[in-house]
Design a protein around this ligand. Structure first.
Ligand SMILES: Nc1ncnc2c1ncn2[C@@H]1O[C@H](COP(=O)(O)OP(=O)(O)OP(=O)(O)O)[C@@H](O)[C@H]1O
Length: 242
């Protein structure tokens, strides 16, 4: 069966720094893959290569067997890749509902007007913001802006969802809610890549992990087996987020 996403020898150089160095992995349909590694190991750059925010220096990325690397970000979004950002990016002058509608209009399965509004309302309910649909996002807390961003990413029913540290910065009770929300997405069969430092979340949510260190993949496979790999333990030692 064709993988949902295939990354083949992806490489990204920023001048002399190779942020992603010959990385290859697959994400199966309906799988939640954890992309983990110490700070600066290349995880966000890898997500940027998939979403088209950056073009790979070499290598290729395929979505459902079709090459997406090299396409502009908006074309990749149309093909069905949606994401959230490590530092939330919302449209601050618009309200929550309008932000989510923007995802429905510009993404994979597009809808407009009343349809987009209906989708948007349902998703805002789902992320716990049903009562604040008309609040300007600039007046929302950071956590609520993250929820808006997740709803926006889901609005176009993407083929693959990229979560860049979506659980970071949550307090323990918010984290519990956040984990169960991602778990619900997983149970409904969504294909997700999650860049995350919260190890409890990795352990409870991921089907498999890919571990990066200094731009390279140092391990991939089942979560427990990967996290106990001596090279992974070594890569994390001394890293305060481990
Ligand atoms: N636009 C850029 N220009 C130059 N260097 C960059 C750029 N983006 C990332 N880098 C460098 O590439 C390396 C990998 O960064 P990246 O943000 O992908 O790591 P990360 O694993 O996501 O880190 P973190 O967990 O801290 O978010 C780092 O050394 C970073 O400084």
């Amino acid at each position: 069966m064709t993988a949902a996403l295939t990354v083949n020898s992806a490489r990204k150089a920023f001048g002399g720094l190779i942020a992603v160095n010959d990385v290859s992995f697959e994400v199966r349909r309906g799988e939640l893959l954890g992309l983990i590694g110490p700070n600066g190991s290349g995880k966000t750059t890898m997500l940027n290569l998939i979403s088209g925010a950056l073009k790979p220096t070499s290598g290729e990325i395929m979505l459902e067997g079709r090459r997406i690397s090299g396409l502009p970000a908006h074309a990749i979004a149309r093909q069905g890749v949606a994401r959230t950002f490590q530092l939330v990016r919302v449209l601050p002058s618009l309200d929550a509902e309008q932000n989510v509608m923007a995802g429905a209009v510009f993404g994979h399965v597009r809808s407009w007007g009343a349809d987009a509004r209906k989708t948007s309302r349902a998703l805002l309910d789902r992320v716990g913001l049903g009562a604040r649909a008309h609040m300007p996002v600039s007046a929302m807390t950071y956590i609520d802006q993250k929820r808006v961003e997740l709803a926006r990413a889901l609005a176009a029913n993407p083929r693959i969802l990229l979560l860049d540290e979506w659980l970071a910065g949550l307090n323990p009770s918010e984290l519990k809610i956040g984990i169960s929300l991602v778990d619900e997405l997983r149970r409904e069969g969504r294909t997700i890549i999650m860049v995350e430092h919260v190890m409890d979340a990795i352990r409870s949510l991921c089907d498999r992990c890919v571990v990066m260190s200094s731009g390279r993949t140092i391990a991939q496979g089942g979560v427990e087996e990967t996290l106990s790999d001596p090279e992974v333990v070594r890569a994390y030692l001394g890293d305060e987020d481990a």
